[in-house]
Design a binder for this molecule. Structure first.
Ligand SMILES: [Zn+2]
Ligand SMILES: [Zn+2]
Length: 150
């Protein structure tokens, strides 16, 4: 079984600890699998992906831990343009690009864009009287492949 490097393991251990979750191997494997750019699997795809990496895990364990990690705020659940539920655990701040035609979802790093959110958050809070600490932004349109055929 290919092992996750020790340095990485302590990162996920800390991340779990920071939200009061017990460290378990399935949680570590799921966090590590999801913490990559452009990786937004369905639970079934995640299950297949982990098995392909040589990690034997049950589908129900995947579902259960996705729920635990999502409730703890370590990963997000979202629907792609086709309405399919997918998971995202990429720890770098990023936004999504979603293709209307083929449904693919790509990441664009917040660090690659001007900071457009920070300046409006105080206004959002003032108008809504909410306390806001996160915003999910999805840019919807056509991916390079699909826009060519238009
Ligand atoms: Zn497309
Ligand atoms: Zn993402």
């Amino acid at each position: 079984m290919p092992s996750i490097r020790n340095k990485d393991r302590s990162v996920y251990r800390e991340r779990l600890k920071s939200v009061g979750l017990r460290h378990t191997l399935p949680r570590e494997r799921i966090l590590s699998y999801l913490d990559r750019k452009n990786v937004h699997p369905t639970p079934e795809e995640l299950y297949q992906g982990l098995r392909k990496k040589g990690y034997s895990i049950g589908l129900s364990t995947v579902y259960l831990n996705l729920q635990v990690l999502r409730e703890a705020g370590l990963i997000r659940e979202f629907k792609d343009p086709k309405g399919v539920t997918r998971y995202d655990g990429y720890s770098k701040p990023h936004y999504h690009l979603a293709c209307r035609a083929c449904g693919r979802v790509e990441d664009i790093l917040a660090s690659e864009l001007p900071d457009f959110l920070e300046p409006i958050l105080p206004q959002v809070e003032e108008k809504s009287n909410w306390q806001v600490d996160e915003a999910w932004v999805t840019f919807v349109g056509y991916c390079p492949r699909c826009k060519r055929g238009r």
